[in-house]
Design a binder for this molecule. Structure first.
Ligand code: 1CP
Length: 317
C-alpha cells in the first residue's frame, strides 16, 4: 500500500537519481526500493515496488508517472477503436523486469512478498481520464453511456491483469493484492453491473494458485460485502468505518486488512498508540492484518512507523 517509500530519506535519495518509471523497469532498483521499508521498519511482509500502471506500458499505452501528480496518460481512451488497440499483456515479453525483480526478492527477503495489480475500474479511470480524477466524470460517462465499449475495456483489462498476477505468483510472489482504489465512487448496484464480473474473473482465475488474495479500495464502506464476494480472501478497509462494522458487512469467511488513518501517524505518539490499539482491539487478534487505511503520507516520520510496527508486534505476542 505504497507503504513507506515516499517517507524514507533513502528512497528519496534513489528518486533523485532515477525517475519512477526507471525504478519500476530496472529490477535492481525495484528490489532496493522494495527492501528499504522492510529493512527500516520491520514489517511482516514486503510489497513489490512498482505501480499499477506499469503493465499498461506493455499493453501499448504511452504514459508517465509524474512527481506530485501520479500516472499521466498521453492519449486518454475515449473510443471503442482505442479499446481495440490495447494489446493483450504477455508478461514474459512485456514486463520481464517485474518478474526478474520478484525472483531476486524472494531469494533475499526474510518475509513474504506481496505482488499486486490495479483492478479494471481503477486502471480504466486513469486510461479514460488521462490522470488522477476527483469525480470520474468521463469514466462514468463511458460506463453509463457506452456499456458495450465499457465491457470490452473491462474484458481487455481483466484478461491482462489475470495473466500479470499469475506471472507474479509464478515468479515467486506469496500473496497478491488487487487495488481497486477508486471504485468507492460507485454505488453497490453499479458495482455489481459494471465492475464485479471482471474482478470475479481475475480472482477465480487465481484460485488454483492457492495464494491469499487481498482486495482493497478507498471509500468502499458500502461495497465491502461485495468486495469479498467477488472472490477475495482478505478485504482491505480504509479508516472511514470501524473494523467491527466492516466485519459485519464482509462476513465471517474473510480476513480484514486495515485500517489506521494514515494522518494519525502525524499526531503525537500517545494519540497514535491510542488509535492503533483500538484498531488492534477491533480487529480481534485473528483474521486481521494490521495496516493503514491507505498509503503512508510522505511527511510521516519513519521512526514513528517503526514504533508502530513494534506496537503491533507487542500486541501479537
Ligand atoms: O510501497 C510501495 O511503494 C509499493 C509500490 C506501489 C504501489 C503498491 C506504488 C509506488 N504504487 C502502488 C499502487 C498504486 N499506484 C495505487 C493503488 C494503491 C493506492 O491506492 O495507494 C494507485 C491508485 C496508484 C496510482 C498512483 N501512482 C498515484 C495516485 C494518483 C491519484 O490518482 O491520486 C501516485 C501518486 C503514484 C505514484 C507512485 N507510485 C508509487 C510511489 C512510491 C509513487 C510516488 C511517486 C514518487 O516517488 O515520485
Amino acid at each position: 500500500m505504497r507503504q513507506a517509500g515516499r517517507s524514507l530519506p533513502e528512497y528519496r535519495a534513489l528518486r533523485e537519481k532515477y525517475s519512477m518509471l526507471e525504478m519500476c523497469t530496472t529490477p535492481e532498483l525495484a528490489v532496493q526500493a522494495t527492501m528499504q521499508p522492510v529493512d527500516r521498519l520491520g514489517v511482516d511482509a514486503a510489497i513489490l515496488f512498482s505501480d499499477i500502471v506499469v503493465p499498461l506500458l506493455a499493453m501499448g499505452v504511452d504514459l508517465d508517472i509524474t512527481p506530485g501528480i501520479g500516472p499521466v496518460i498521453a492519449d486518454p481512451i475515449r473510443t471503442v477503436d482505442m479499446v481495440d488497440a490495447l494489446q493483450p499483456l504477455d508478461p514474459d515479453a512485456g514486463v520481464p523486469f517485474v518478474l526478474d525483480a520478484i525472483r531476486i526478492l524472494v531469494g533475499e527477503l526474510q518475509v513474504p512478498l506481496i505482488g499486486f495489480a490495479g483492478a479494471p475500474f481503477t486502471l480504466a479511470s486513469y486510461l479514460i481520464e488521462g490522470g488522477p480524477s476527483r469525480t470520474f466524470a468521463r469514466t462514468k460517462s463511458l460506463m453509463f453511456g457506452e456499456p458495450e465499449t465499457w465491457n470490452k475495456l473491462m474484458d481487455r483489462l481483466s484478461e491482462s491483469i489475470l495473466a500479470y498476477l499469475r506471472a507474479q505468483v509464478g515468479a515467486g510472489a506469496q500473496a497478491i493484492q488487487v487495488f481497486d482504489s477508486w471504485v468507492g465512487a460507485l454505488a453497490p448496484a453499479e458495482y455489481l453491473t459494471y465492475v464485479a464480473p471482471s474482478v470475479e474473473r481475475i480472482f477465480s482465475g487465481l484460485e488454483d494458485l492457492a495464494v491469499p488474495r487481498i482486495h482493497f479500495g478507498v471509500g468502499t464502506g458500502e461495497l465491502l460485502g461485495l468486495m469479498g464476494s467477488v472472490g477475495a480472501d482478505v478485504v482491505g478497509v480504509d479508516w472511514r468505518i470501524p473494523l467491527t462494522v466492516a466485519r459485519e458487512r464482509v462476513g465471517a469467511n474473510y480476513a480484514l486488512q486495515g485500517n489506521l488513518d494514515p494522518a494519525i501517524c502525524l499526531a503525537p505518539w500517545h494519540v497514535i498508540e491510542e488509535h492503533a490499539s483500538e484498531v488492534l482491539r477491533e480487529g480481534g487478534g485473528r483474521g486481521h492484518i494490521f495496516n493503514l487505511g491507505h498509503g503512508v503520507l510522505p511527511e510521516t516520520d519513519p521512526d514513528v512507523l517503526a514504533r508502530l510496527v513494534a506496537l503491533v508486534h507487542e500486541f501479537r505476542s
